[in-house]
Ligand binder design. Structure first.
Ligand SMILES: [Mn+2]
Length: 384
C-alpha cells in the first residue's frame, strides 16, 4: 500500500513545497485500501463508553447543535435525512485496518501523528467552515464530499455563542468534489469546509499533533522542576558597593540569566523532556497494565512463545543524545540504554510485529526494560 503522488511530484517535493505550507489535492492517491468500515460499524463505535465521539446538526435545537457521545443506538434512527454529521476520534486505536493507513505517511515522523478521526455525513452534513491548528490529510473513503478552502488567517472571527468553532466570514477560494481514494492535504490554519454531497459519505482524517507553545512551556517547566536539584541556588556576581543598595544591577541579571539558561538549554534534559512529552498518551486512552507481574527471567520465554506488538494506544520514539546516549521513549517515559541496543530499539519502535529472533541476541541491559514494557502492557502479544 502506498500513496500515489502525481508522477512529477516526489515525496521530497511534497515535503519541501507543501508540507506545513500549502494545501494539495491528490486525486486517486490511495488505490489499494478497501475502506471497508460501514456507517453502522462507525455508529457502533460511537455508542461505546470509552470512544470519543460527537455529532453536529446544522439545524438542531440550535444552529450547529453539538451532541457528545457515547450515543444510544436509537438516536441514529431519529435523525433527519440531511444536514448532520457524526465524528469519531481515535478510530486507529480500535481498528487495526484503520491504523494501517499511517504507513502511507511513513515520510513523516511517527511521533508527529495524533489519530485518525472518521466522520460520516449525510447530504448537507458538516461541522461548518473552520480552521485547525494542526496538519491533516483528509482521505475520502466513501461517497463524495465537497471541500471548499479559503486562505490562512490569524485569529479569524467566529460566529458567537456556538458550541463549535464556526468561522464568521468564510470566503472560499478553491473548491473540489472529493471521490473515494482522493486525499486533500491541509496545513494548519487554512480555513476549510467539507459538506456531504449526494448520498452518505465518509472521510478519514489523519491528524497530526501540534501542541501550542504555552502547552510545551508548561510541560517543559514542570519537567525542569522535577529534575533540577533543589540545592541549585542564586549566587551573586562579583560585588562592589552600590550608591543605591536597592538597585538591581545588570551584573545581577546576567548572573541570574546564566543560571536559568543553563537549565533551560541543557540539551540532554531537553531531549528527555521532548521525548516523554511527544509520547504521552491522551488520558482517556488508558492502557490497563498486564494482570500479575512478569519477572525478568520469564521475559525471554514469553517473547519466544508468540509474536508481540506495540499496544495500539501506545506511543513510541527513540533518539540519541549529544553524549551518544540512546533513549527509548514510551508513553511519556524514558529508558536510557547503551548504544549496542539501537537495532532492537528501532525494531521495537518501527516494526509492525516484534521479531523475537532479533530479541534473542539482545544485550542483557535491555531485559529489565522489556520486562517493564511487558508489565505495563505497552508491548502485548499479537493475538490479544
Ligand atoms: Mn478540520
Amino acid at each position: 500500500m502506498r500513496l500515489h503522488l502525481p508522477p512529477e511530484l516526489s515525496i521530497q517535493d511534497f515535503l519541501d513545497d507543501y508540507w506545513q505550507k500549502k494545501p494539495l489535492l491528490l486525486r486517486n492517491a490511495i488505490r489499494d485500501h478497501p475502506f471497508d468500515l460501514s456507517p453502522e460499524e462507525l455508529a457502533g463505535l460511537a455508542c461505546e463508553e470509552e470512544v470519543e465521539s460527537r455529532m453536529v446538526l446544522r439545524h438542531g435545537e440550535q444552529d450547529w447543535e453539538l451532541r457528545h457521545g457515547p450515543f444510544d443506538e436509537q438516536v441514529f434512527a431519529q435523525l433527519p435525512d440531511r444536514d448532520w454529521t457524526l465524528l469519531v476520534q481515535d478510530v486507529d486505536k480500535y481498528l487495526p485496518e484503520v491504523a494501517e493507513l499511517f504507513k502511507l505517511f511513513h515520510f513523516i515522523p511517527s511521533w508527529r501523528f495524533d489519530d485518525i478521526m472518521i466522520s460520516f455525513a449525510v447530504p448537507g452534513g458538516s461541522v461548518g467552515p473552520h480552521t485547525d491548528t494542526y496538519d491533516v490529510f483528509l482521505i475520502q473513503a466513501r461517497g463524495r464530499r465537497r471541500w471548499q478552502i479559503g486562505n490562512r488567517a490569524e485569529n479569524p472571527a467566529l460566529l458567537p455563542d456556538l458550541p463549535i468553532r464556526v468561522l464568521a466570514d468564510f470566503e472560499p477560494e478553491q473548491e473540489w468534489l472529493l471521490e473515494p481514494g482522493d486525499v486533500l492535504y491541509l496545513p494548519p490554519g487554512v480555513a476549510h469546509w467539507g459538506i456531504g454531497e449526494d448520498g452518505d459519505c465518509m472521510t478519514w482524517s489523519v491528524g497530526l499533533r501540534a501542541p501550542s507553545v504555552p502547552e510545551m512551556l508548561g510541560s517543559f517547566t514542570q519537567y525542569l522542576l522535577d529534575h533540577v536539584p533543589e540545592d541549585a541556588h542564586f549566587t551573586d556576581p562579583p560585588l562592589s558597593p552600590q550608591d543605591s543598595p536597592a538597585q538591581i544591577r545588570p551584573e545581577a541579571m546576567a548572573e541570574t540569566g546564566r543560571k536559568l539558561d543553563a537549565w533551560l538549554a541543557a540539551p540532554d534534559l531537553r531531549l528527555r523532556w521532548f521525548g516523554c512529552f511527544s509520547t504521552e498518551i491522551k488520558e482517556h486512552l488508558f492502557i490497563e497494565p498486564r494482570p500479575g507481574t512478569v519477572t525478568t527471567e520469564q521475559v525471554p520465554g514469553l517473547l519466544d512463545a508468540q509474536p508481540w506488538r506495540r499496544h495500539p494506544f501506545s506511543r513510541w520514539a527513540w533518539s540519541t543524545g549529544g553524549n551518544g546516549n540512546l533513549y527509548l521513549f514510551v508513553c511519556g517515559e524514558v529508558f536510557e540504554l547503551p548504544e549496542d541496543c539501537q537495532a532492537v530499539v528501532i525494531q521495537l519502535c518501527d516494526a509492525p510485529v516484534i521479531d523475537a529472533r532479533l530479541l534473542q541476541d539482545m544485550p542483557d541491559t535491555l531485559l529489565p526494560v522489556l520486562t517493564r514494557l511487558i508489565d505495563e502492557n505497552w508491548l502485548e502479544p499479537c493475538d490479544d
